[in-house]
Design a protein around this ligand. Structure first.
Ligand SMILES: [Zn+2]
Length: 373
């Protein structure tokens, strides 16, 4: 759920814009150290799923490793920072090329759970010609998405709480900053509850075998695309510029809901899927609009959503130079809207920034034009 993009990216971008170059590396290192320390603090020493004590956590991949292996070059892939135009910092959050062993990993569950929980969907044999992703596979995808996001959100909350205490590397110097931090904290905590609900839903489906997801798009492309992606995304604006998730809603009971998007490069094909939680009416209009598009536009819209909202995507190394356009950089750098005091312009801003109408303005990595093979 990318209601507000993650904190490290915000801090990253703001600081990089406003401070002189020699300070940048120091800032980045400090941030990286901060995140590392908080990750340690947030580990209870037990597996998030089964609760058993863990001596060393498993390094889980948010995107299945076999998908990264299908787009890597000499064991490396490239990520969001290479498009954002930030300098290569050499530290984890600023790297341009990343080894596939490190790409999109998180460590919060034990090895047994990692091997057991995601087995079906992480098996390339389940993406053969006639097969359609099962409820179990979708539940496994959702389960992993939310385990990762819950962990991430807990880290972000800890970082904000740390900001408000002494000894932080980032100081709050005035009241409006403090107000922003408090607002963010409130929002993050609401997000966390929504993630936990969705995690429980995935667990129910896995435990009972009941239907819990609605797969509204699945396509096995006859070629291998140069990008891999898996994440839940909270779409703000639909294809007719109508609001899907109202991020300005101040009601704490208002739940932001997600669409799960997967782009899985296989050996000679690519699996692309979109699904939502069963019974989620928020996306009904979007689904209808999407259904009416032709195949090329469908892929173009998915591609656009990934770059507009996503962060955890990985690409083949050689593709970066081919797609490095001003338009793409603008889309990737879209600054998240946090809160606004003037309700009358809120929807306008949202529509302008998150309209999907411009999907055709950036390179479509899901089209055959950019295929790896
Ligand atoms: Zn476990």
């Amino acid at each position: 759920m990318y209601k507000f993009q993650n904190l490290d990216r915000n801090i990253d971008r703001d600081y990089l814009k406003n401070i002189n170059p020699s300070d940048k590396i120091e800032r980045n290192k400090a941030l990286s150290k901060n995140i590392k320390e908080i990750r340690q603090l947030n580990k209870s020493g037990t597996c998030y799923y089964c609760g058993k004590p863990v001596t060393s956590y498993c390094k889980s991949h948010s995107i299945p490793r076999f998908c990264l292996e299908n787009i890597e070059e000499k064991g490396m892939v490239t990520g969001i920072n290479s498009i954002m135009g930030l300098p290569d910092m050499g530290v984890s959050i600023g790297k341009h090329t990343i080894g596939i062993g490190e790409a999109g990993t998180f460590s919060i569950i034990c090895r047994e759970c990692d091997q057991m929980l995601f087995r079906e969907y992480e098996n390339p044999a389940n993406y053969l010609d006639e097969a359609i992703p099962t409820q179990k596979m979708m539940a496994q995808i959702a389960m992993k998405n939310y385990i990762k996001f819950i962990h991430k959100k807990e880290i972000e909350i800890s970082m904000l709480e740390r900001l408000m205490t002494q000894g932080s590397d980032f100081e709050i110097s005035n009241l409006s900053d403090l107000y922003e931090v408090i607002t963010k904290l409130q929002v993050y905590k609401t997000d966390l509850i929504a993630y936990q609900d969705s995690f429980e839903q995935a667990k129910r489906v896995l435990n009972t075998g009941k239907k819990g997801y609605y797969l509204f798009y699945y396509k096995l492309l006859e070629y291998v695309v140069p990008i891999a992606f898996q994440a839940p995304i909270a779409l703000s604006i639909d294809l007719g510029d109508g609001v899907i998730n109202d991020v300005f809603n101040k009601d704490l009971n208002y739940k932001i809901t997600d669409i799960h998007i997967c782009v899985f490069p296989l050996l000679s094909k690519t699996a692309v899927m979109l699904f939502v939680e069963e019974g989620d009416k928020r996306y009904r209009k979007f689904r209808k609009q999407f259904k009416k598009l032709d195949e090329e536009a469908k892929l173009g819209v998915i591609n656009y959503i990934v770059f507009l909202y996503g962060e955890d995507y990985y690409m083949a190394k050689n593709v970066r130079d081919m797609i490095d356009t001003e338009e793409l950089r603008d889309v990737v750098n879209t600054i998240p809207i946090l809160w606004n005091d003037s309700p009358s312009i809120e929807t306008g801003i949202l529509t302008e920034k998150y309209s999907l109408g411009k999907w055709n303005s950036i390179p479509n990595l899901l089209s055959e034009q950019y295929k790896l093979r």
